[in-house]
Design a protein around this ligand. Structure first.
Ligand code: KE4
Length: 428
């Protein structure tokens, strides 16, 4: 018997590429067809067939408060009645800029945009303008949105330049992107030797989330800061996922690194489309209309998204919130690893605050190569067993999972019960 999700998917595939508006939603990494969602409330999401799930995707990170938080909804209803977009300056944009610059001392000026992709491609443009250099450096397994310069894979070595990681990316552009393994300090030093004083920017997820969660080695981030300072390279912390997630002040607060620029997104929109890029005034004052670097956006700073973001950040400032999130997530992640071991499966869990990944490999996961050693077939079985039991994990081994302030101890218990079924199924 086909269910509504399957019927919708058949229709959607005739109308949208792969039937989706973003590839990861297509379930290609885990098999099966995507679930179409109808509503969400707190930690729960409900599909079009009325089945409920405990949600650990949370829209890929924005919903740190859970779905349809009552105070966020109340704020949006009020703002809706006053208009949705003016294409003009509004007081709330100033307020959100204040909250961001207070929380991120490295950000002296900030520009709001509509997505993380817009934020990172704009930050790179500023860095190239500021340095007069064209080359940039990124890390294998890190994702910074779909800007052409960032859809690039490593050449044969740090000495060789990048190759397009998607058709449509000009080879000449890809060659300007150097790629280095994440957490590999010697390779990083080699890249700075080979491309001495030629790198406009390094862009990094300070805690990687897009190969699954990978925790940075402290010396790696410190060396990165030292090398970029030494050679006048702009250090961009891409905190689209980690910003206001791993701490109110993001990874730069946790690891005490002072980047030149930061990109934000997800949480600062409270579930509506927002991105932001910002940094030192000497860099951001290059941006139009003050400076010559052009960047613009019809809906940038729109009243609805900014209001949802402001209310979300206000709630996040309440005492003890991050400590409780951390404890709740540790209970879940520690329980999953313990449950699996008891049933014969050794997992590696990487976690920073309320973002985590359970890798189906007993080996430590500290970079893209080690993440790739995970057993994706086992993850798929885990994913589908949980889905059947009403628990929604990311439909890919190489994505981050998230906990919200709406998740309860009961949700953790139910998730661990479902997981024990999955682990038992791995060793029939
Ligand atoms: P968006 O353009 O999707 O708003 O942001 C791009 C982006 C930039 N930087 C980081 C660190 C990110 O994680 C992202 C987007 N994250 C993915 C999750 N892996 C979004 C989910 C999707 O692509 O559908």
């Amino acid at each position: 018997m086909t269910n509504k999700s399957q019927e919708l998917f058949e229709k959607a595939r005739r109308l949208m590429p792969g039937g989706v508006n973003s590839p990861v939603r297509a379930f290609r990494a885990v098999g099966g067809h995507p679930i179409f969602m109808a509503s969400g409330k707190g930690a729960t999401i409900v599909d079009v067939d009325g089945k409920s799930y405990i949600d650990y995707v949370l829209s890929w990170g924005p919903l740190i408060l859970g779905h349809a938080h009552p105070e966020v909804v109340e704020t949006l209803v009020k703002v809706l009645e006053t208009g949705t977009s003016f294409g003009a300056c509004t007081p709330r944009e100033v307020e959100l800029a204040e909250r961001i610059t207070e929380a991120y001392p490295s950000i002296e000026r900030v520009r709001l945009v509509n997505s993380g992709t817009e934020a990172t491609l704009s930050a790179l443009r500023v860095a190239r303008a500021a340095t007069g250099r064209d080359k940039i450096l990124k890390f294998e397994g890190c994702y910074h949105g779909h800007g052409d310069s960032l859809l690039v894979k490593a050449g044969s070595g740090v000495a060789t330049l990048g190759l397009p990681d998607s058709p449509g990316v000009p080879r000449a552009l890809a060659e300007l992107t150097v790629t280095v393994p994440f957490n590999h300090t010697p390779a990083l030093e080699e890249a700075f030797r080979v491309h001495r004083n030629q790198l406009a920017a390094v862009i990094v997820e300070p805690v990687a989330g897009n190969m699954g969660v990978v925790v940075p080695h402290l010396d790696f981030l410190e060396k990165l800061r030292a090398l970029t300072l030494e050679q006048g390279t702009v250090l961009i912390f891409d905190e689209v996922m980690t910003g206001f997630r791993v701490a109110y002040g993001g990874a730069q607060q946790l690891y005490k690194i002072d980047p030149d620029m930061t990109t934000l997104g997800k949480i600062i929109g409270g579930g509506l489309p927002v991105g932001a890029y910002g940094g030192k005034a000497r860099l951001m004052d290059l941006v139009a209309p003050v400076g010559p670097v052009y960047q613009a956006g019809t809906l940038s700073g729109n009243p609805l998204a900014v209001a949802a973001g402001l209310k979300t950040l206000e709630i996040l400032r309440r005492p003890g919130l991050y400590e409780r999130l951390d404890l709740l997530t540790e209970k879940l992640v520690g329980g999953l690893v313990k449950e699996a071991a008891g049933l014969g499966t050794l997992l590696t869990a990487n976690r920073v605050g309320s973002m985590f990944t359970i890798f189906f490999t007993p080996q430590p996961v500290s970079d893209f190569a080690s993440a790739q050693k995970a057993d994706t077939a086992a993850y798929s079985l885990f994913f589908h067993t949980l889905l059947e039991a009403g628990v929604y994990f990311p439909p890919s081994q190489f994505e981050a999972a998230f906990v919200s302030t709406s998740h309860s101890e009961g949700d953790m218990t139910a998730t661990l019960e479902a997981a024990s079924l999955a682990f038992a199924g791995l060793h029939p």
